[in-house]
Design a protein around this ligand. Structure first.
Ligand code: 5GP
Ligand code: ZN
Length: 117
């Protein structure tokens, strides 16, 4: 999608700090990190604007994204971490290109769950 910021990152039109890349998946550091390790993992293709659009056809790449996340977590020496997907505006989604946050390197507690304590 021409006006999608993550499509532009995927094609290199917007620079990013890449930590993993293959033919289908890109992982890069979040611009405004909310933890010492804050990585975004995306399918390079704009296969879904949010997790709500995942289908049986696109589910396999989501599985591969989770395998990449597990590999990145090992490489980053994260013993504990959180995988976040904000699905929809009220859940905090700001970029409408499917993406998963990998957060770690600090005791996360209840932060980012959206639950007010
Ligand atoms: P969301 O709020 O949609 O779940 O997550 C979008 C994330 O993308 C946010 O954490 C935000 O900081 C990050 N982000 C937005 N624009 C850019 C950008 O141009 N570069 C990078 N690296 N991250 C971005
Ligand atoms: Zn996109």
């Amino acid at each position: 999608m021409s006006d999608c910021i993550f499509c532009k990152i995927a094609t290199g039109k917007i620079p990013s700090q890449k930590v993993y890349e293959d033919a289908e998946i890109l992982a890069f550091r979040d611009l405004i990190p909310q933890a010492p390790t804050h990585i975004l993992v995306i399918p390079k293709a704009h296969i879904a604007s949010s997790a709500a659009e995942i289908t049986a056809e696109t589910a396999p790449i989501v599985g591969r994204i989770f395998a990449v996340i597990a590999q990145l977590a090992r490489e980053q020496k994260l013993e504990s971490y959180r995988i976040v997907n904000n699905c929809g505006e009220d859940a905090g989604q700001t970029v409408r290109h499917l993406h998963f946050h990998l957060l770690g390197g600090i005791s996360l507690g209840a932060m980012l769950t959206g639950i007010q304590e």
